[in-house]
Ligand binder design. Structure first.
Ligand SMILES: [Zn+2]
Length: 332
């Protein structure tokens, strides 16, 4: 997704947590520094922030048919994947009703081939653990918001303790990777899903046009709007995508954020294979599926794609944040 789409997804997810009946402290942190979503949710895609990783590997999990050993590890029947995803995600009903992918497609093994330890689920898992640790080391202001007391934080030099604005920035950064997992082209190894090959970039431009310029970094950073007004603006985008959110953010289905991202990526890969079916756009070929070719003549599919991707990107970010916060609540 583009900068403004990433910013909107993060802000909309913060609004979901802010609207929850049993609103938690994480909503307070995010809301207070909501403008920093303009930078935080986007900087993982800036070129110089990719130093130290395998370039874009940790933004993707690009799958393809797999013929190597342990095939059962990389095979997941449709009913099993749906169970893992849970009904709160729109991906669930989209895949459940799909008729493009037949039983033979679902019976095959699919695997990505990233640099060891450098794919998107690793990145989200690592950030979840690291941000949890950094929150525990919070300064006095942050400590007032945290659900538990951590006495050792007092022993640290104040300058070493995490401030709320840093916590918000790290959380927005994490949202980037969760949102990327929901982008079908990030999970499909075919050349047609590469950024400049006519589907990926154009789909992202299509979404960012719908999100609108309010969420551009320069605009958000300069605005005098209150956090309340910014959250309201984010909710107004819902109608553009036909979104309807429940006021309750569910918990992780699997209680393991790494696994959950893997399942979301498998769902996104299935969606990429519905947009450009593999019998017409085979694996390991250079056949492209330009946006105009696969989506212009299927406005219903495009509208569904908009709704499913944006709904789930927002919800998955909120679910991941809620999960992270719930880890701070575990009794010692
Ligand atoms: Zn990215």
């Amino acid at each position: 997704m583009n900068q403004r789409t990433h910013a909107w997804i993060a802000i909309r997810a913060a609004a979901l947590l802010d609207d929850e009946q049993d609103r938690s402290g994480i909503a307070t942190i995010l809301k207070q520094f909501i403008k920093s979503a303009a930078v935080g949710a986007w900087f993982p895609d800036r070129r110089d922030t990719k130093i130290g990783g395998a370039d874009t590997d940790n933004h993707v999990l690009k799958m393809e048919p797999y013929k190597g050993p342990q095939q059962e590890r990389f095979t997941l029947a449709k009913t099993e994947l749906l169970k893992k995803l849970g009904t709160a995600r729109k991906m669930y009903s989209f895949l459940e009703q799909d008729k493009v992918l037949d039983d033979a497609w679902w019976a095959r093994a699919y695997k990505a081939n990233p640099q060891p330890g450098q794919h998107i689920a690793d990145r989200v898992g690592a950030l979840t653990t690291t941000i949890t640790d950094l929150l525990i080391m919070g300064d006095d202001d942050l400590a007032k918001i945290l659900p538990n007391k951590y006495s050792f934080a007092k022993e640290l030099d104040d300058k070493c303790r995490t401030r709320s604005e840093q916590a918000a920035m790290y959380l927005f950064m994490q949202s980037h990777f969760v949102a990327d997992a929901c982008m079908p082209c990030h999970c499909d190894a075919r050349k047609l899903s590469s950024y400049a090959n006519g589907l990926h970039k154009e789909l992202e431009s299509h979404w960012s046009q719908k999100v609108g310029t309010y969420f551009d970094d320069q605009h958000l950073e300069a605005t005098n709007n209150t956090p309340e007004a910014i959250l309201k603006k984010a909710k107004e985008v819902d109608q553009t995508f036909g979104l309807n959110f429940s006021n309750a953010v569910p918990n992780l289905v699997e209680q393991d954020v790494w696994l959950e991202i893997i399942y979301i990526c498998r769902g996104s890969f299935a969606i990429a294979s519905i947009i450009a079916p593999s019998d017409q756009y085979a694996y390991h070929t250079k056949t492209f599926a330009p946006f105009a070719q696969v989506l212009d003549s299927r406005p219903d599919l495009l509208a569904e794609l908009d709704r499913v991707t944006m709904h789930d990107a927002v919800l998955n970010v909120a679910i991941t944040w809620k999960h992270l916060w719930s880890r701070l609540n575990t009794k010692q």
